[in-house]
Ligand binder design. Sequence first.
Ligand code: SF4
Length: 352
Amino acid sequence: MSDTTISLPIPRMPGVRGRLQDNPVLGHKRVLLAAPRGYCAGVDRAVVAVEKALELYGAPVYVRKQIVHNVHVVSELERQGAIFVDEVDEVPPGAHVVFSAHGVSPAVVNAAADRGLLAIDATCPLVTKVHREAVRFARDDFEILLIGHAGHEEVEGTAGEAPEHVTLVNGPDDVDSIVVKDPEKVVWLSQTTLSVDETMETVRRLRERFPHLQDPPSDDICYATQNRQVAIKKVAEQADLVIVVGSANSSNSVRLVEVALEHGASAAYRVDYASEIKQVWLDGVASVGVTSGASVPEVLVQEVLDDLAGAGYRDVQQVKTAEEDLMFSLPKELRKDITGKQDARALGGRVH
Ligand code: SF4
């Protein structure tokens, strides 16, 4: 893993947006831009899946829940013809429906099939991995202590794989009230987008109560969540203020604010858009850390950088703690239809 601070060669555009004032501060004004930040492989795949579905089948394409937790992404896809619904019974029979990156329980898959929907499963493969672990441990008659946030779609989907075996643990403070049938046969799993440090604290307290607690076969908190937290820790050590671009319902974005505050930032705020940055946040601030959650397109970060440049923060230094090059292939239902369409075109070409 590399750990570097480099000055970005891209010249910023001071005053392009001109909303924030350039007030004097003690010291040199700079931006520390975390890397990695923004889109992860699972989000990229899910967003492209909806775009490809619109291209292949035409609008509307229905999407159960927000495809990823970002207001900008959702409104862009709505503009292109996606219709977001809460449950599959809102989708007309026979229509295409995309399941979001956060995953669904078998009950949702079955409800879609019963309704005759053409489902495209955009569940992130790293969420599917946790579903498989839940199924396997339930088959082996383990009690699964699922660390995650109550009501989050991912947690509902994972718990739905084996509801009679899963107990939700909301965080360290939940541990004392957990009741299990057989303390010798318990395993913990987790939501993919939690704070690594807080989850380890929850596990430590669970293990105090249940010494035979088994670990998952591999990390459930995904690479993207972990990498973004490592990068913002490094930034927060040197920043007076941290701005996290991301939506309020994005678990990994909200965690980035918490991690920044725990690791030295005097203040940290989450914004959906640059226009939400308040002038008062910049009072006396020489170094502004900037990052974005895993569901945030880079254009929104660029707008933040442009506004900060207008306020005199023109020196942008990237703080890079990891390289990411993971990519996932499109959902299999789409790959099949894309291949079918290509075959039909090739056949058409030969006939005519
Ligand atoms: S944050 Fe992690 S689990 Fe969620 S979509 Fe991205 S890679 Fe997948």
